[in-house]
Design a protein around this ligand. Structure first.
Ligand SMILES: NC(=O)c1ccc[n+]([C@@H]2O[C@H](COP(=O)([O-])OP(=O)(O)OC[C@H]3O[C@@H](n4cnc5c(N)ncnc54)[C@H](OP(=O)(O)O)[C@@H]3O)[C@@H](O)[C@H]2O)c1
Length: 293
């Protein structure tokens, strides 16, 4: 019998890529995905029963309140799912590998190219809840935190990734202001499971950064996507983060990923290089596996 891994949040953007790509990257595991419909992770007695029933050998925790705006609007709910449920799941998984997907939003974005040893200083509720959860998870030396970044891909309902948001806005005729002075290092969703499975299989614990190799402004990201999605044409306008209103957004969340890269069997791609290569091929732009031999 194969060891069993539970993946949470599998109706979400990234969780579903763990399930979709399991045959390729996790063939040694029986993957058991959980959606909110299967189990509300804030209902701790049901969680405990599920863990007793499934007896997992590892857990990859992707479920979260993941939108910054939703977290600002309802900090209590953000804390309940992002911190308390994460800590509870980690507690149910004391003796086994537990991987928690965190975010570069734990940084204030003043500097950029952050390393794992750099001081975290979140400036919004989402980042605060992620950092608090990290501390709870990393109390257990068997456990792992992977901070990820702006993720591109296709979700089950077409309404989760920033690429989907941009296409939807363009289709409904809305203009988008993309900041030329706000930097991210975007990554296609399919790369994340491959990297995380490699960490799990190596039993690597502790804190890791996983972002794309390119540091791009929001405006540059929009320009790179124009070639793939002509419907964006005429809807993108360059702006400055100095005019931003609403939930605070860190200015530069580029991540230094050297620590993780040294462990991986493959190079983490850059976003522009990814798009350029994928544009020359047929099929789903975000299908990572088809880029490989
Ligand atoms: N996407 C990014 O750009 C990005 C960047 C940095 C970090 N991250 C982190 O990576 C992880 C995965 O992100 P994602 O983009 O896949 O997020 P997502 O698309 O929002 O998916 C999160 C999933 O968690 C589920 N969930 C929320 N509350 C739950 C609860 N109480 N019980 C059970 N399930 C619950 C959601 O259910 P519903 O479908 O019912 O809403 C959703 O399917 C998250 O920890 C996120 O913070 C993501």
């Amino acid at each position: 019998m194969k060891p069993r891994v539970i993946v949470t949040g599998t109706a979400g953007l990234i969780g579903q890529y763990f399930v979709k790509t399991a045959a390729r990257w996790a063939s040694g595991w029986e993957v058991h995905g959980l959606t909110r419909a299967d189990l509300d992770l804030t209902d701790f007695s049901s969680v405990e029963r599920m863990w007793e029933r499934l007896q997992p050998n590892a857990v990859i925790h992707c479920a979260a309140l993941s939108r910054t705006k939703d977290c600002e609007r309802d900090p209590q709910q953000a804390r309940r799912i992002n911190v308390e449920a994460t800590a509870y799941l980690a507690g149910c998984s004391k003796e086994i590998p537990f991987v928690f997907l965190s975010s570069g939003e734990v940084f204030d974005g003043q500097v950029g190219w952050y390393r794992e040893t750099d001081h975290a200083n979140p400036i919004n509720v989402y980042g605060q809840t992620k950092l608090e959860a990290e501390h709870r998870v990393l109390q257990n030396p068997r456990h792992t935190v992977v901070r990820i970044v702006l993720t591109a891909g296709i979700s089950l309902n077409g309404d989760r990734s920033f690429v989907e948001d941009m296409r939807q806005a363009a289709t409904s005729g809305r203009a988008m202001t993309l900041y030329g002075d706000e930097f991210r290092c975007p990554l296609p969703a399919g790369v994340i499971p491959r990297a995380v499975w490699e960490l799990v299989n190596r039993e690597a614990t502790g804190l890791y950064h996983l972002g794309g190799r390119d540091r791009l402004s929001r405006w540059e990201i929009g320009q790179a996507l124009l070639a793939c999605y002509p419907e964006l044409q005429g809807h993108l306008f360059e702006g400055s983060s100095t005019s931003h209103t609403g939930a605070p957004r860190p200015r530069d969340l580029s991540l230094n990923c050297d620590k993780l890269q040294a462990l991986l069997s493959f190079p983490i791609p850059g976003f522009r290089e990814w798009l350029r290569d994928r544009m020359q091929q047929e099929g789903d732009l975000w299908d990572y596996e088809s880029t490989l031999a």
